[in-house]
Design a protein around this ligand. Structure first.
Ligand SMILES: Cc1ncc(COP(=O)(O)O)c(C=O)c1O
Length: 368
């Protein structure tokens, strides 16, 4: 969609990247380390100060004491973390459960590991209108071949969060199984309306069987740096590192040093981020109030789903293409995140953009 957006000079609300820069001080720190000789290979597990800063963060935020030497590995973006975790855990013939709509990197990594991806839909019901896991369906899907369940909250593309009660239900469902959990938490710091993120790190029973992956890209407006991390109990980290060593070996050195310093210097960044993005979400939603789109404001992430069923009965792929070409507004059709086309007609719009861009896009969308 970004390619199509560029071809048609459309306002690109499709791909999930911010249109603003990382904090200035962080850029200064990167610049400093580039000129201070931090330009050779980093340790394969990651720069020690960065792993220590992350350990302090998860202790503070999720009450989890993680050993920076044996339970944290810096990865080349969350993407490599997810990929290496899947290669480490999944063997030929294993089943891996994902919830559709699902981020697009999970299934190909499972296929490459020789596994089979089982897609369960996130459900929307009258009693619970926000997308959520149906835990009875999940319990029915688990069998002797199930090796791994991949969860992603705050969720791309639907913008929903997981609740503490959901985590408890998940614990009950996997309790008597040997299933592992891979939790993609790249939007962990972008949660709105005074809610909090419920990390798998925070759950006593789930943590021993979990690999938690996150990314600095979303948190510091620096998706192009591709620096992420993986936290897992020591015995899982050993397996993870066996793959990581030969997938990317080590991650960009000066940026790791800079992130470590910035995390220590600006611990309030995590508290500011939800407010910053909530303002964007509220602005975008307010601009669309009188449009024909229907929507539930995102609970987290920087994505807003808009339902266009009152405007057109076209497929979401056709409609997204048409909006890009004719209206010059690019979005992502939700069906591309699904094995089976989902019920409803929904497009995903990224609101991590300058207000002027959001205003221009909304003005065009209100014409429909
Ligand atoms: C749900 C989800 N997981 C993983 C990633 C990849 O993160 P990174 O850019 O750090 O590899 C993204 C990026 O859009 C994402 O939305």
């Amino acid at each position: 969609m970004t390619q199509l957006a560029n071809e048609h000079k459309a306002i690109n609300l499709s791909q999930g990247f911010p249109s603003f820069e990382p904090p200035l001080r962080l850029l200064e720190l990167v610049n400093h380390y580039l000129h201070a000789g931090a330009n050779q290979y980093a340790p394969p597990n990651g720069v020690a100060t960065l792993r220590e800063a992350l350990a302090a963060k998860v202790d503070r935020m999720y009450g989890r004491v993680v050993d920076p030497d044996h339970e944290i590995t810096i990865s080349s973006g969350a993407t490599e973390g997810l990929f290496s975790a899947i290669q480490a855990l999944v063997r030929t013939g294993d089943e891996v459960i994902v919830f559709d709509p699902a981020y697009d990197s999970y299934a190909p990594a499972v296929t490459l590991a020789g596994g089979h991806t089982r897609h369960l839909p996130l459900r929307v019901t009258e009693a619970r209108p926000a997308f959520h896991i149906d835990f009875d369906e999940l319990a029915d899907a688990i069998n002797a071949r199930t090796r791994l369940i991949i969860v992603n909250f705050p969720h791309n593309p639907t913008g929903v969060n997981i609740t503490a009660a959901d985590l408890q239900r998940l614990a009950e469902v996997v309790r008597d199984t040997s299933v592992y959990l891979l939790s993609d938490e790249v939007y962990e710091h972008i949660v709105f309306d005074n809610e909090q993120h419920h990390s798998l790190l925070s759950h006593e029973e789930l943590w021993p069987r979990s690999i938690v992956v996150s990314s600095f890209g979303k948190t510091y407006h620096a998706t192009g740096w591709k620096v992420g991390y993986c936290m897992a109990p020591a015995e899982l980290t050993v397996e993870f590192r066996r793959v990581h060593q030969f997938t990317c070996f080590a991650v960009v050195t000066p940026i790791q040093h800079a992130l470590a310093d910035y995390m220590t210097e600006a611990p309030d960044h995590f508290a500011e981020l939800p407010k910053f993005y909530q303002k964007k979400r509220d602005h975008f939603c307010a601009l669309l109030k009188n449009s024909k789109f229907t929507f539930e404001p995102a609970q987290g992430t920087f994505f807003q789903l808009l339902d266009y069923s009152a405007i057109s009965s076209e497929s979401d792929v056709d409609y997204a293409r048409r909006l890009t070409k004719e209206l010059s507004v690019a979005s992502i059709p939700v069906s591309v995140f699904c094995e089976q086309p989902p019920a409803g007609q929904k497009l995903r719009f990224c609101f991590a953009k300058d207000d002027a861009m959001l205003e221009d896009a909304a003005e065009r969308l209100c014409r429909l």
